[in-house]
Design a protein around this ligand. Sequence first.
Ligand code: FE2
Length: 585
Amino acid sequence: MTLILGLNAYHADSSACILRDGVLVAAAEEERFRRIKHWAGLPVEAVRYCLAEAGARLEDVDHVAINRDPKANVLRKVLFAFKQRPSLALVRDRLANAAKVGSPLDELARALEVPRGRLRARLHPVEHHLAHLASAFFVSPFEEAAVVSIDGFGDFLSAMWGTGRGNEIVVEGRVYFPHSLGLFYQAVTQYLGFWSYGDEYKVMGFAPYGRPTRMAEMERIVRLLPDGGYELGLDFFRHHAEGVEMTWRGGYPDVGRIFTPALEDLLGPARAKDEPLTERHADIAASAQAMYERALFHLLDVVQRTTGLDRLCLAGGCALNSVANGKLYRRTRFRRLYMPPAAGDAGGAIGAAYVVWHRELGRPRGFVMDRAGWGPGWSDAELARFVEERRAAIEGEGCRIAQAADDADLVARVAEAIAEGAVVGWFQGRMEWGPRALGHRSILADPRRPDMKDVLNLKIKRRESFRPFAPAILRERVAEWFEEEDDVPFMMQVFQVRPERRARVPATTHVDGSGRLQTVTRAANPRYYDLIAAFERRTGVPMVLNTSFNENEPIVCRPEEALDCFLRTKMDLLVLGRTIVARAS
Ligand SMILES: [Fe+2]
């Protein structure tokens, strides 16, 4: 038996996974255990969980793979240092960070209190973007596919592409530091007043309120190259000359200002955090999204033509741009797409682990990631026991506890509650891997109610009013409700809702008529599927509104966090396995 532990460490969205003989056993992000969003550092709690799920000790692990290789692209780094003469502080920060990456085995041994001498695992640093490519291709159903990774930066690159075939990946192109589409999008995100790590999705959600009227300016910021790559107008960016401060306050990644005053000369004054959003801001968001799409499809076009393949595996932080992904079949000649649920840096843990299994150990393919529940889970009986233990506190809040007789009874009751306007916390099976709630740790509601967005924001989410909520739809109904037809199990593509259907589901249809759908199959998640089917029988609508089970914290992991979130907010129903907790209205 071969055990491989995969890590994304010393980086935002730190995570761990474990493979047993090439089969994924468990994967989780550290933020879910530490309860701090995007937690960056060594994922000790995620490692502890993965080992427990595999019934193994750290001493039993044969290989530890990490999605960073400080030795990668060294020549490029040296050349850059000579040409650009970056500040000493920038060089010092990078060296300090690189030194940490060298010793995860020592640190893991210390954290798990295992004498270092007892570890037999070999450490494998895997280049960041190769791990991204592998995180998609090696767990995809494709024997052969074009592979593309795009992000901010990792190991001095911001993009890598090539061909995946069997257990090999051949790299055919790269974009080097300081040029980066991820950084471009992040700079505009900051410029628009969104400064938290990972706020790019807010710009993506806001863009449909504007028109791409600033493309001439965008073309000065991003220039497309004939080889499929791109260059940044470096006058607008600080990262290459001064460096961008990156601090981890208590594990939370904090990124300093990326853009220079030249960007404000070009686009006008940047928006302050609390300043109202105007049409000018919306037009800039729309233009940045359009520029990103132009660059993405330019690259994908070149990759499609050079590989001649019509299947694509996509990963890297930019692959979370589900709006762009949703246009892929219209704007390129690719005909099938696979993306893993954790397309961003967390997913690098799985990519690194599979690089070891396939490329270094030469083992054949055999595992496909077709579902997202790879985290901690509790049985129905455990969840019933947990609620029983907390009965006094629950009833003290005026809530009632009930047990469903069986699954049919459960989904009938919950579907009825949703149809009557209840907001439901839905806690089932193993926690999702990746940033999206996909029916394991979800809040569900009725997509037909025009006021449901406001209700959710009032009761729980308190998020920006421009951000849309997503529909989860029965797989076989997609073509009846959307203008595209595809599997979207991990909510990675936004499609247009058919115009005649939009008024039926106002709560999950964005201002531009789109919806960031999740397609649900019975094979992947039977109880979730049956619930949506029960909702369809009552209402004629084969979808529910699905949003992540949390307030402004990482998605809930344990039943304790779900119950606390339920009691703290104004959710109407909490469903833990087959146990139903109802707030008295
Ligand atoms: Fe990355």
